[in-house]
Design a protein around this ligand. Structure first.
Ligand code: PGA
Length: 251
């Protein structure tokens, strides 16, 4: 099997005007041209996607969206479909981010529905999973992760299972400055890969890329990336500044 190529993905969340997004994308494109050994993904807000695509086309910076709706088109006010995202130049889509679960009531069942539509439209899903602080303190981390995978990531075919990206993001580490220690993260990543292997087989488990997310910064990424089951980072806060994100990509 080819070695898994690490992904460094920036989740810009609800930040940046169109003008600011274009400026940041331009700086990243310019300063990361020579990077060949990792995949670089940026996920702006919906309204900036098209303009950012114009900036990064023909570069090694890829585009992702932060969410999607499972229907293709129609009377669903305020929503954007996977079909439209693909058409606008996205390769990736984040699904089931903990902020979507927490503030917008997303469930593992709904996430699974989106996952299948994203695959059908040719987008690579980045599915987010992770436990809250209370769940960790009650020793429920592994059972929470298991349910999120068994329900949220159910029903893939062999090819889809290989291409999928999973992001382990402990909710208590997101935007809090508290990173999981590399050992804490590795323990969960190894568990995810083992479970994935039980569901989708050894081949798929060797191909699936499992990113860590939660207060990843230029000064802690190298230690995190040394772990054998960590294949990249999903980065919020530190992806908003060109200098920081460039350092993160070049960890
Ligand atoms: P953070 O966010 O890097 O700001 O903690 C990570 C994420 O939510 O994807």
């Amino acid at each position: 099997m080819d070695k898994r190529i690490p992904i460094v993905a920036g989740n810009w969340k609800m930040n940046k005007t169109v003008g600011e997004a274009v400026e940041l994308a331009g700086l990243l494109k310019q300063n990361l041209q020579d990077v060949k050994d990792r995949e670089i993904v940026i996920c702006p807000t919906y309204i900036s996607i098209f303009a950012v695509k114009e900036v990064i086309k023909n570069s090694n910076v890829k585009l992702g969206a932060q969410n999607m709706y499972f229907e293709k088109s129609g009377a669903f006010t305020g929503e954007v479909s996977a079909f439209m995202l693909k058409n606008a130049g996205c390769d990736y889509v984040i699904i089931g981010h903990s902020e979507r679960r927490q503030y917008f009531g997303e469930t593992d069942e709904g996430i699974n529905k989106k996952l299948h539509v994203a695959n059908k439209e040719g987008l690579i899903p980045i599915v987010c999973i992770g436990e809250t602080l209370t769940q960790r303190e009650k020793n429920e981390t592994f059972s929470v992760i298991e349910k999120q995978i068994k329900t949220g990531i159910a029903g893939l075919d062999a090819e889809q299972a290989k291409k999928l990206v999973v992001a382990y993001e402990p909710v208590w580490a997101i935007g809090t400055g508290k990173t999981a220690t590399p050992q804490q993260a590795e323990e969960v990543h190894a568990f995810i890969r083992k479970l994935y292997s039980e569901i989708y087989g050894k081949d798929a488990a060797e191909c699936v890329r499992i990113l860590y997310g939660g207060s990843v910064k230029p000064n802690n990424i190298s230690e995190i990336m040394k772990q054998p089951n960590i294949d990249g980072g999903l980065i919020g806060g530190a992806s908003l500044k060109a200098d920081d994100f460039i350092k993160l990509v070049r960890y």
